[in-house]
Design a protein around this ligand. Structure first.
Ligand SMILES: [Ca+2]
Ligand SMILES: [Ca+2]
Length: 470
C-alpha cells in the first residue's frame, strides 16, 4: 500500500517535472544578461550587435543595471521590472532588504548582484530577517559581481539571515556569506497556512540552486530547506495543512561552520534533490532541542542523492536519513561524530532502499551506521570504511526486522592504517600502500562512477573501498 502511494506520488512528481523541463529547455540560464540576451524587453543598449558580440568574460555583468538599490531603501518591489532585469546593489554597508514580486522567466531570470565590491547587510537579532524574497520567481542572487571578492553579499545578523519565502521559487543563491543569525542562516521554504495557495498540490518550490555560499555562526540550521513536517503537516485553525513539495533542489560547494543546529537540512524534496561537495564543520553547537545537532539531515519527504560531502565534528550524527527511501548516500567523509556516523530511520519511507555506498566514517563515538529503518524493504551498505576506536560496531541494526545487504565494508580501529596522504590536513588521497585500494565491490549499478574528488571509478583493477579512489 505504502509502495503504491509512493509510485503514484513519484509518477505525479515526474509529470510535474517533465512539464517543467519542457519550459526550461529554452536557451537556458542567463549568466551575464548583458551578453546573452539577443532579444530583450528592457533597454535597447542590451541588443546592439557590438555588445552582443563581445566575449562574456570581458563584460562587467553589472555594467547595465536595470535598477540600482539605494542604501536608504529597505524594500524593492519588482512588479514593473521586466524578465532579464539586473538589480544592482552598490558596495558598502546597509540595512536589511526585502525583494518582492520579482518575476523573471526560466530563460531570462532577474539578476540581483553586488556592484563595485562587497555589500554588507546588517540587522539586529530582533529583526525578522536581514535579506528576504517574497512572491518571487525565476531570479538569482549572485555575490560574484566583483571579481576580487568571493562573497560579494555579506549578510550579518537578523533572526533569519536570508529567507526565500512567501511562494518564492525557481531561484539560485551563490557567493553569499551569511553570519551571526539568531536562527537559520539560509532558509528556503513557504510554510503552509490556511491560504490554500501555500499548500501541497497548489505550490511547489522548484529548481532551487544554493551553491558556493559560506554560512557560519548561526543560532539555528545553516541551510534550512523545505518544511520539517512533510508527513503529518501542521495543525492550524483551519485544520491540518501539508507543506509544499520541493522539486530539483541542488545544494553544493557550500561551507557551513559553527551552526547552532544542522549544517544542512532538507525536507520535502521529493524528487531531484542533490546535496554534494559541501563542507560542514562544527554543526549543532547550540541546538534548540535534542536531536538538532547533526551534520546533514535528509528529512521527511526527501529523496535523491547526498554525496562528496565532508562532515566534521558533529555532536550528533554525521548524516541523519529520515527520507523517502530512494536515498543514495555515497562518497562522504564523516569525521568525529558525537553519535553515529550515519543514522537512518524509516518513518515516512515508502521507497525501496536506503543505500550507503563508499562512505568513509572515522571516529564516531558510537557505531558506524545505525539502522533503525525497519519498514524499508532494504538497506544496502557497500564499500564503506569505518574506523571505530571505541566499542561501537560497523553496522548496528535496531532489530532483526531491519533488512540489510552488506558487502565489502572495511573496519579498523586506527585511521593511520588507511594511509591517507595527509589526514590531519584534510588530504584524503590514498598512498599506494593503502589497504583500501581495489578491495571494493563493483557499484556501477548504484550510479557511483566517481569518487570524493571527482575521479572516475573504478581506477586500476577494481573499485576501492571508501570515499577516495586511488
Ligand atoms: Ca533541524
Ligand atoms: Ca581501484
Amino acid at each position: 500500500m505504502k509502495i503504491k502511494n509512493y509510485v503514484a506520488r513519484f509518477a505525479t512528481a515526474l509529470l510535474v517535472l517533465s512539464s517543467f523541463t519542457m519550459c526550461a529547455k529554452k536557451p537556458v540560464i542567463v549568466e551575464t544578461p548583458v551578453t546573452t540576451k539577443p532579444t530583450t524587453t528592457t533597454t535597447t543598449k542590451d541588443t546592439t550587435p557590438v555588445i552582443a558580440a563581445k566575449p562574456p568574460v570581458a563584460v562587467d555583468p553589472t555594467a547595465n543595471c536595470s535598477y540600482t538599490v539605494k542604501t536608504s531603501e529597505w524594500f524593492v518591489d519588482g512588479t514593473n521590472l521586466a524578465p532579464g532585469s539586473v538589480i544592482c546593489i552598490p558596495a558598502g554597508v546597509r540595512g536589511a532588504l526585502l525583494l518582492k514580486n520579482l518575476k523573471g522567466t526560466a530563460a531570462s531570470p532577474i539578476i540581483v548582484i553586488n556592484k563595485g565590491g562587497k555589500v554588507t547587510f546588517s540587522a539586529t537579532l530582533s529583526a525578522g530577517y536581514t535579506f528576504k524574497t517574497q512572491n518571487s520567481r525565476y531570479f538569482k542572487i549572485l555575490g560574484n559581481g566583483s571579481s576580487s571578492v568571493k562573497y560579494g553579499f555579506d549578510i550579518n545578523g537578523g533572526n533569519i539571515g536570508m529567507t526565500m519565502d512567501d511562494l518564492s521559487s525557481d531561484f539560485e543563491i551563490a557567493n553569499v556569506e551569511v553570519r551571526n543569525s539568531g536562527f537559520a542562516g539560509i532558509m528556503a521554504k513557504t510554510d503552509p497556512s490556511c491560504d490554500i495557495n501555500t499548500q501541497r498540490g497548489h505550490f511547489t518550490m522548484a529548481n532551487v540552486s544554493l551553491h558556493d555560499n559560506y554560512v557560519h555562526k548561526t543560532g539555528g540550521e545553516g541551510f534550512y530547506i523545505g518544511n520539517s513536517f512533510y508527513a503529518d503537516g501542521m495543525s492550524l485553525a483551519c485544520g491540518k495543512v501539508l507543506p509544499h513539495d520541493v522539486v530539483n533542489v541542488k545544494v553544493y560547494n557550500n561551507i557551513t561552520d559553527s551552526t547552532g543546529c544542522e549544517g544542512i537540512q532538507v525536507g520535502g524534496a521529493i524528487i531531484g534533490a542533490e546535496i554534494y561537495n559541501n563542507t560542514v564543520k562544527l554543526p549543532g553547537i547550540k541546538p534548540f532541542a535534542a536531536g538538532q545537532d547533526n551534520g546533514i539531515q535528509l528529512g521527511e519527504g526527501t529523496g535523491g542523492k547526498c554525496y562528496n560531502n565532508l562532515i566534521k565534528n558533529a555532536p550528533g550524527n554525521g548524516i541523519i536519513v529520515l527520507g523517502l527511501g530512494d536515498n543514495l548516500v555515497y562518497n562522504n567523509y564523516i569525521i568525529n561524530s558525537g553519535a553515529y556516523g550515519i543514522f537512518a530511520d524509516s518513518r515516512y519511507t515508502p521507497g525501496p532502499n536506503f543505500q550507503f555506498i563508499n562512505n568513509t566514517i572515522i571516529n564516531p563515538a558510537l557505531d558506524g551506521i545505525k539502522l533503525n529503518s525497519e519498514s524499508i524493504p532494504m538497506n544496502t551498505v557497500i564499500n564503506n570504511v569505518m574506523i571505530i576506536p571505541g566499542s561501537g560496531v560497523t553496522i548496528n541494526r535496531k532489530s532483526s526486522a531491519v533488512k540489510l545487504t552488506a558487502l565489502n565494508n572495511y573496519q579498523g580501529k586506527e585511521v593511520s592504517v588507511l594511509q591517507f596522504v595527509n589526514y590531519g590536513g584534510d588530504n584524503f588521497h590514498l598512498l599506494a600502500t593503502s589497504p583500501l585500494i581495489n578491495s571494493g565491490a563493483n557499484v556501477l549499478t548504484y550510479g557511483v562512477i566517481t569518487d570524493f574528488y571527482g575521479k572516475i571509478r573504478p581506477s586500476g583493477l577494481a573499485y576501492d573501498v571508501g570515499a577516495t579512489e586511488y
